[in-house]
Design a protein around this ligand. Structure first.
Ligand code: HXC
Length: 260
């Protein structure tokens, strides 16, 4: 990154890159600068050979309470459309090829919920609350919420969330399939780091292929997805790590992956 970010904190733990959203007074409300900084940090980790997986997290009280309402309040249609304000650069996160885990505690509302859903999976603390309350502001989700939420939880619950603007707690989110695990608040960061370190120990080409193939399930039809998966599966037999992984199993030893 070119300059020191203002609204995020960036650090590494082994091969894991961690980005913490940091606008504490505004409950991590997401403005264009924060999204730009987040995208730049994730892209830098994606390009860094020393990194195998990333975590995006917030504070105990808020992962992110949505897009910055104060910043949006006076925009006209011409402002947001011509300047691509608010929605600018969110898609950067989707371009990241290494896995990105969302570690969510507290509020994940509006754009905060959408940001969490853009990550590859969500680990939630037991105090997490998810919601798409944009309807209360006379708008609708603008960063994929009406598209990713139904895919995650089905049409009925997504309609309920988007039309009533109510919040869903961590237990409901887990039952609905929005989050992969719920853990006590004080265990959240360790749990996310443990998952990330597990992923980092696998062969990177297979990790990238696995992420790409699961994402296909969301964006295309079943036959195409199955064919795409098969091609990637076959392609992984060209890696040295596939030879190592299978030889290690046969020889009853731990594999040593070289990520190639
Ligand atoms: C700007 C926000 C904010 C937001 C909270 N704050 N959410 N500022 N944008 N989205 C600020 C408050 O104004 C307040 O500032 C401080 O953070 C603490 O918030 P409180 O409301 O005092 O806290 P609390 O009573 O605990 O309530 C928490 C809350 C509530 C339930 C999360 O803040 C809330 O409802 N926030 C708005 C949630 C929302 O509608 N999100 C969707 C936004 S639209 P001060 O200065 O008073 O201390 C959206 C569109 C996405 O996200 C489009 C993506 C492209």
């Amino acid at each position: 990154m070119t300059s020191t970010p203002e609204f995020i904190q960036v650090r590494t733990e082994g091969r894991v890159g961690i980005v913490t959203l940091y606008r504490p007074k505004q409950l991590n409300a997401l403005n264009d600068q924060l999204i730009d900084e987040l995208g730049a940090a994730l892209k830098a980790f994606d390009a860094d050979e020393a990194i195998g997986c990333m975590i995006v997290t917030g504070s105990e009280k808020a992962f992110a309470a949505g897009a910055d309402i104060g910043a949006m309040a006076s925009y006209s249609f011409a402002d947001v459309y011509q300047g691509d304000y608010i929605t600018r650069n969110w898609e950067t996160i989707r371009q990241i090829r290494k896995p990105v885990i969302a570690a969510v505690s507290g509020f994940a509302l509006g754009g905060g919920c959408e940001l969490a859903m853009m990550c590859d999976f969500i680990i939630a603390a037991d105090n997490a609350k998810f919601g798409q309350p944009e309807i209360k502001l006379a708008v609708i989700p603008g960063a994929g919420g009406t598209q990713r939420l139904p895919r995650a939880v089905g049409k009925s619950k997504a309609m309920d969330m988007v039309l009533t603007g109510r919040m869903m707690d961590a237990q409901e989110a887990e039952r609905a399939g929005l989050v992969s695990r719920v853990v006590p608040l004080d265990k959240l960061q360790d749990e996310a780091l443990g998952a990330a370190l597990t992923i980092c120990n696998y062969s990177l080409p297979s990790v990238l292929a696995a992420k790409e193939s699961v994402n296909r399930a969301f964006e295309g039809g079943l036959s195409d997805g199955v064919m795409f998966e098969r091609r990637l599966f076959h392609a992984l037999f060209a890696t040295a790590d596939q030879k190592e992984g299978m030889a290690a199993f046969v020889e009853k030893r731990k594999p040593e992956f070289r990520h190639c």
